[in-house]
Structure formats: C-alpha cells, structure tokens
Design a binder for this molecule. Structure first.
Ligand code: NAP
Length: 260
C-alpha cells in the first residue's frame, strides 16, 4: 500500500482521486461519517475502473454504531456505497460510549467473515490501545490513525512508541496543517527548491520518515494531488530532517490526545 494515501473528508473530487491513484496513491481513506456517506459513494465511483486488488481502501465505523450488530450493519452499508465486497482495513473512528471490547470483537468477526482484511482504530491513546488490543484474540491492530502534523508532534512520544512495540502502522491525518513560522517556511522552501518538489511534499516526507508511518493528505485540486504524490519518492536526509525538527519542534503533550 502507498505510504502517501488520499484523504476524502468531507467529500472528495472523483477526478482528483483517480489522478492520485494513477500517480501511485492507491491507499484511500474514507468513513461512513464523511458527507453522511457521500464520501464513500464518490470513492466508489472513483475506484470503479481500477482492479480492486491494486487498491487499499480504508473506512471507519462511527462509535455510535459500535455494537456487535451496529458494526456489521455499518460495514455492509459502507461496502454498498463503495461498491466493493471487502475493505482492506476498517477502523473504529474514535472511542465512544459502546464498550470498546464489544466493538473490537465485532471488527474481528468481520475479519473472520472476509468482509474486511484487517482492523484498526483511530484517535486512541496508548491506554485505549492496550484495552482495544486485549479484546482481540486472533487479529492484531493494523493501525492507529491520529492527528499528526508539524504543529502536533506529540504522537511521536506516545502513540508512535506503542506502534513500534506492537508492529502497528501509525497513520497521520490532517498532515498538512502547520503553525505559522517564518523560519519554518524558509526551511521547507529551501529543501523543496533543492529537491524540485512542493513544501507540502517535504512536510509529508518528514511525517512519513518512520517506517511505520503513513500520511493521508486530502486534495480536491489536481495540482495538489500531483504535489502530494511527489512525496512518495522523497526520502529526506539527516540534515533536512534536523532542520525541519528545529523549525517545528516536538512539544510535551498537555492533556488528552488532540483530535483537531
Ligand atoms: P489535510 O489533508 O492536512 O489538508 C487538506 C487541505 O490541504 C485542503 O484544503 C487541500 O486543498 C489542501 N492541500 C492538499 N494538498 C495540498 C498541497 N500539496 N498544497 C497546498 N494545499 C494542499 O487535512 P484533512 O483533510 O483534515 O486530513 C486528511 C484526511 O485525514 C481527511 O480527508 C480524512 O480522510 C482523514 N481524517 C481523519 C480523521 C479521524 O478522526 N480519523 C480526522 C480528520 C481527517 P484542496 O482540497 O483544495 O486540494
């Protein structure tokens, strides 16, 4: 699956998604919540001409649908909207009121039934991750999708270590947000110019520098899709990483795992 994927919130542009797939961004992230199902429908239209096995399609169940029956029904609805008969990964969107163990067992049952190839979570901190993992008998947590960008690097000290210990993927959502920083912009521009890519591609390559990390930028503009795709081939060197790290330093987390 591609390290640089494509986000689809709230509703993607079908042609931009196809351009992204053609450029190798075959990993597509959606959710039943996005556009009240419209995002999944547009993804379904976008992927129709492609061989299903060449794609990695991720969707998410709302926590309010997290019961045994709710997860199974939500998955069927997502499959129908996406016009596919399986998901590559299906995530609990965030922790809600339903018992976490019940939701995880329901996801595991979908793996057993062949409806989903793997299961994962989103917006879980290491405590919730441990609880979620302990409810699973046969299936590992394939990924945790979290807010991770140049202004929010606290997952490096919390969720990334959990991912390493558990050989689980670490998926960055809202990867392109960054704080205003003249020094930071200058550093990104300088690296981008030297590498012949956009500053956003440099940002994505920085966030994806860990072997377990993936990024899912959303772009409805074709130019943005093309710029993001360039990050797939970009490996930053030590000096470039040090410069970005200094311009956008990781800070201590205060309070809960941020989600926006
Ligand atoms: P994002 O991908 O960081 O940013 C999207 C914005 O950046 C759009 O305005 C887009 O413009 C612009 N953009 C994209 N590529 C660009 C480029 N190369 N240069 C300049 N601007 C560019 O934010 P996001 O949509 O919040 O997050 C990405 C995806 O993560 C979502 O779409 C969704 O799939 C997922 N997500 C998950 C959760 C969760 O709770 N699990 C929460 C939030 C998001 P255009 O669209 O006009 O091209």
């Amino acid at each position: 699956m591609s390290i640089v994927g494509q986000g689809t919130w709230p509703v993607p542009n079908r042609d931009a998604l196809r351009r992204g797939i053609d450029l190798g961004m075959t990993h597509i992230d959606t959710a039943e919540m996005y556009g009240d199902g419209r995002s999944e429908e547009v993804v379904g239209q976008a992927i129709a001409p492609y061989a299903r096995e060449s794609l990695f399609i991720v969707s998410k169940v709302l926590p309010s649908n997290g019961t045994t029956r709710g997860v199974a029904r939500a998955c069927e609805r997502s499959l129908r909207r996406l016009k596919t008969d399986y998901l590559d990964c299906y995530l609990l969107h965030w922790r809600g009121e339903v018992d976490l163990a019940e939701t995880m067992e329901a996801l595991e049952a979908l793996v057993d039934a062949g409806k989903i190839r793997s299961l994962g979570v989103s917006n879980l901190d290491p405590w919730d991750l441990r609880e979620a993992a302990s409810a699973l008998r046969r299936t590992p947590i394939a990924c945790n999708q979290i807010l991770y960008n140049l202004g929010e690097r606290t997952p490096e000290a919390h969720e990334l270590p959990w991912a390493r210990e558990n050989e689980s993927a670490f998926v960055a959502y809202t990867p392109l947000a960054r704080p205003h920083s003249r020094t930071g912009d200058d550093a990104l521009e300088a690296i981008a110019t030297r590498r012949g890519v956009s500053p956003e591609a440099v940002v994505l390559a920085f966030l994806a520098r860990d072997p377990l990390a993936f990024v899912i930028p959303k772009a409805n503009s074709l130019a943005h899709v093309e710029a993001n795709a360039a990050a797939g081939d970009l490996v930053l060197d030590e000096d470039e990483i040090t410069r970005i790290d200094a311009a956008y330093p990781a800070r201590e987390r205060i309070g809960a795992l941020p989600t926006n």
